[in-house]
Ligand binder design. Structure first.
Ligand code: SAM
Length: 296
């Protein structure tokens, strides 16, 4: 989608994320910090009047200072509190660093491998988006600049939790939503492992959500979807998909662990964990037949 930088007056500059050809979300720009064409995508970082710094890739909002806590809380802490004792975590994508930041807050984590295809995203965020890139120097983190598809096919390592924090299924991210990739995810996960992936939005991408679950169902017997609301993703109501080798995000979730962790969150808590899995009926009508009933 193009980034439309037209402005209604000489004084204001706006950047717009177009939603198809029928809608858009605009942000008033105070300063353009970085714009470049990387090997993989157009990378833009702007300072905005209402959302702090906003990172765009190919004209799509990746994260904003104002609301990144929502996405990064929910992609990381829901699976980290479902797994009984996550020590080894793999992040695919996540170039801004927010997902790795949240995972590394868990004291029991011994190793995080983060596989990001575009080193320029990491460099620009390290320099200008400190809020999300603050954990890149954590000694437990191994950052690999390579294709996550290739890594997943070749690694001999095993992980407790895998988080696929990728862009939408276009360009280099396309295979990250496919059957072959998830076959490899299943191989790389330990026996009680689970994977969470960026799951698009039930409003604008209901068909894509169904396809993602259908692809996952070829490799995993337990499938779940959970939702969150944020400011900057089109429609403001998005999902994650979760696939496990047996764990249930509700039946195997012990809310007391959240309290006992001593961690403070901004969006996540035991209530938002459970509420996130309560899907609206229109979404259930579309994908409910592919989801696994919760353990009692
Ligand atoms: N939270 C954002 C969202 O939901 O769209 C994603 C944030 S993060 C910036 C997405 C990252 O996925 C980008 O840095 C992009 O370079 C990376 N990516 C895309 N395809 C990839 C691949 N095949 N392997 C590894 N990283 C990939």
């Amino acid at each position: 989608m193009d980034v439309n930088t037209s402005s209604p007056s000489d004084l204001d500059l706006w950047v717009e994320e177009l939603i198809g050809d029928f809608a858009g979300q605009r942000y008033r720009v105070l300063e353009t910090i970085h714009v470049s064409e990387t090997k993989f995508q157009k990378l833009s970082l702007v300072e905005t009047a209402g959302h702090g710094k906003v990172l765009f890739l190919d004209g799509l909002v990746m994260c904003s200072e104002r609301d990144e806590f929502v996405y990064h809380d929910m992609i990381a802490h829901v699976p980290m509190f479902v797994h009984p004792n996550p020590k080894n975590v793999l992040v695919i994508g996540g170039g801004d660093g927010g997902t790795a930041r949240e995972v590394l807050r868990h004291k029991g984590v011994e190793r995080v491998v983060m596989v990001e295809i575009d080193g320029e995203v990491v460099e620009v965020c390290r320099e200008h988006f400190k809020q999300t890139s603050c954990s890149f120097d954590d000694p437990r983190l191994e950052l690999r600049i390579e294709d996550g598809v290739k890594y997943m096919a070749e690694t001999q390592e095993r992980f407790d939790v895998i988080l696929v924090d990728s862009t939408d299924p276009i360009g280099p991210a396309t295979p990250l939503f496919g059957e072959a990739f998830y076959n490899n995810v299943n191989r790389v996960l330990n026996d009680d492992g689970l994977v969470v992936a960026q799951g698009e939005t039930p409003f604008y991408e209901a068909d894509a959500q169904r396809l993602i679950l259908q692809n996952l169902s070829k490799s995993f017997g337990q499938l779940y979807m959970y939702n969150y609301a944020n400011l900057c993703y089109p429609g403001g109501f998005w999902s994650f998909v979760m696939a496990t080798k047996g764990l249930c995000p509700m039946g195997d979730f012990d809310p007391a662990r959240v309290e006992a962790s001593g961690l403070a969150f901004t969006y996540y808590n035991a209530d938002t964990h459970r509420a996130a899995f309560a899907l609206p009926q229109f979404q259930k009508n579309k994908i409910g037949d592919l989801l696994t009933p919760f353990k009692k």
